[in-house]
Design a protein around this ligand. Sequence first.
Ligand code: ZN
Length: 280
Amino acid sequence: MMRDFSTGSAPIALNTATLGPRASLKDAVDGCLRHGIATLSPWRDRIAATGLHAASRLIRDSGLTVAGLCRGGMFPAADAAGRKAVREDNLRALDEAATLGAGALVLVVGSLPAGSKDISAARRQVEEGIAALLEDAREFGVRLAIEPLHPVYAAERACVNTLAQALDMCDRLGGDLGIAIDAYHVWWDPDLSRQIARAGRSGRILGFHVSDWMLPTASVLNDRGMMGEGIIDLKALRGEVEAAGFAGPVEVEIFSERNWWMRPVDEILSAVVRACRTAV
Ligand code: ZN
């Protein structure tokens, strides 16, 4: 049964990226409180700018819940020293996630190291990197959530590009490894419904991110739309994700250099709350 967002308030998680690069963690926390948003998903640069312990205190005192910390991952590296540095950074990310009480560390897995054309090798390195991190994640009490990215990012940001690919990896590595479903990245996939149901059966859906795909799109990186502005059928998608058992908040994650990031925090958040009620 799909939750009714049209009356009352939708369970929203604000991803701090939505407020743009100028907004601080405190701006995000205060904005959530003003707009009745109960959950926050911070990026690590916002945490670093505040300092981990100050950030943790700020969030705890606010009463907000933390959904996912963005982001760990970026596993492939050109050599052993590079892979060691990546692992250390991921351990720091797990420590931050645990300190903030985040349920999950979102993994943007990375792709080709500089100079490489071997995407199969990159995928192997991703799997090895995640495998090596699983036990640490368990000790920190944080779940790892692989976020498949749209194939347009396959060269640099993520060589895991479909839910099927992410879920196959979960099946091979086992444990409580999970996935984050981001509408922007997966809406086009002809196998989407089947894979969402599959993810639900194995209890692996750890996050549901929304924004919209603009037509035309000026930049695949920083021209995402507010929900309802573009061509993704977000209501249908949420219906499938919830039918698969997901009961968490809808995480709003909008990278919008030319539009939303230019606006004041309160204007963005009013639009977020409205769009979640009408378009998601
Ligand atoms: Zn996302």
